[in-house]
Ligand binder design. Structure first.
Ligand code: CTP
Ligand code: MG
Length: 410
């Protein structure tokens, strides 16, 4: 038997609502999107994120259904999950979840089951951004033109630059969230979301980028949208770019490597992240060897040449550019050639920086730059051997899988 370490993060998945607006004749979380329910899809996303205690808050009388969905989604992490019974309001359901937290948990994420297609990277990004005194929400910019109205009169404009649409999971330091919930229950006020309740106790809340896929299934039209997205992606959780083309043809793999020596002014950029206090890598751009190896892997997979050809010294516009610029341009090149990115995996060899604590953050940045394609990054030392072991530089290997979209090839 494998003993899993006790996680310090918990995810409360609130699924106890009745789904009045969906009006599907069953509690919303148990309504099917395809062969699987809203709750099952939500839990698939939760269990694809970093290990956490998972508390499913079920509608009263449907605890057994929730147990079955938990069982199916959790796999070998079944011991990390349990089901509790929800309350009459969302706030009461969250409170029921909070009462089931394990003692070791220090960070709590509250997630709507109704946001069934939320990418696991969004869950990880929120968890990584929570601090001892600050809550974190994922949010999207508002794209519609907004007006202030009174009855049928339009009384003024609203500056949408000041607004953001809040999503879940919302993450908080456990102790402060529990105190804020106790205060809210005492006051009798129902808050619109957990961030509002947390802020009402005087604590700061920050936001990270949300995803179009984390929309809440509220109405029958939302359910149709979720069905459409799953059909288009062949049942797998779709990638964030909703405009993804239909994929046909054999996949192709590509390999990329890069090596940079430590040296120069400033500090390190690696795997799309800035590392204050770490010595920089030298190079034509920011020296981000992880990003460069990924670019070569992608270009190689698509047969589009290499990084020197597209981004080398003949292209002074890329001097000093960071990973996001390289990767976004690479994705454009692949897109123009009729390729969809499947996934990317990279590993760097080096004594520093200590990577694991920022892995989720790095993967989220790189994945976003590639239009949502999954990117995983691992790190290893070399037992003191070779130039990475002597601390002279960093060596990276990346592999990429791309899929030709035959329907768009000329
Ligand atoms: N929720 C809950 N307990 C409640 C009410 C809501 O756990 N008493 C959960 C829902 O299951 C959902 C999330 O909170 O995952 C967001 O709520 P919402 O989308 O409003 O779901 P419902 O309340 O079920 O829908 P409606 O408002 O249309 O009845
Ligand atoms: Mg509701």
């Amino acid at each position: 038997m494998t003993l899993l370490p006790v996680p310090d993060t918990a995810i409360i998945v609130v699924a106890a609502g009745s789904g009045t607006r969906l009006d599907a004749g069953a509690p919303k979380a148990l309504v099917g999107i395809d062969a699987h329910s809203i709750l099952r899809h939500a839990l698939d996303g939760v269990f694809a994120a970093a290990p956490a205690q998972v508390i499913v808050v079920a509608p009263a009388g449907h605890e057994g259904d929730a147990e079955a969905e938990l069982e199916a989604a959790a796999g070998e992490r079944r011991d990390l999950g349990r089901v509790v019974t929800g309350g009459a309001t969302r706030q009461q359901s969250v409170a029921a979840g909070l009462a089931a937290l394990w003692g070791d948990v220090t960070t709590v994420l509250v997630h709507d089951a109704a946001r069934a297609l939320t990418p696991p990277a969004q869950i990880d990004a929120v968890a990584a951004a929570v601090t001892a005194d600050t809550g974190v929400i994922p949010a999207l910019p508002v794209v519609d033109t907004l007006k202030r109205v009174e009855a049928d009169a339009v009384v003024g404009p609203v500056d949408r630059a000041e607004l953001a649409a809040a999503q879940t999971p919302q993450g908080f330091p456990r102790g402060l969230l529990e105190e804020a919930y106790a205060a809210a229950l005492g006051s009798g006020i129902e808050y619109t979301d957990d961030a509002a309740l947390f802020a009402a106790s005087g604590h700061p809340v920050r936001h990270v980028d949300g995803s179009e896929l984390a929309f809440k299934i509220t109405t029958p039209a939302d359910l149709e949208r979720a069905r459409h997205l799953l059909t288009a992606s062949g049942g797998a959780t779709p990638a964030p770019s909703e405009a993804r083309p239909r994929i046909t043809g054999l996949p192709r793999v590509g390999l990329g490597t890069d090596v940079h020596a430590f040296g120069g002014e400033g500090h390190l950029w690696l795997a799309g992240l800035e590392w204050p206090g770490e010595p920089p890598l030298s190079g034509h751009s920011d020296g981000d060897a992880v990003a460069h190896a990924i670019v070569d892997a992608l270009l190689g997979a698509a047969g589009l040449g290499d990084i020197g050809e597209h981004f080398g010294t003949a292209h002074p516009e890329y001097a000093g550019a960071h990973a996001e610029v390289f990767l976004a341009r690479t994705r454009e090149l692949l897109d123009a050639a009729g390729f969809v990115i499947g996934n990317v995996s990279a590993q760097f060899q080096g004594n520093r920086p200590r990577f694991s604590a920022r892995r989720a953050e790095a993967e989220a940045v790189l994945s976003r730059a590639l239009g949502g394609a999954p990117v995983s990054v691992t790190a290893t030392t070399t037992d003191g051997l070779g130039f990475p072991g002597r601390g002279e530089g960093i060596s990276v290997t990346a592999v990429a899988l791309v899929v030709p979209d035959e329907s768009r090839r000329v």
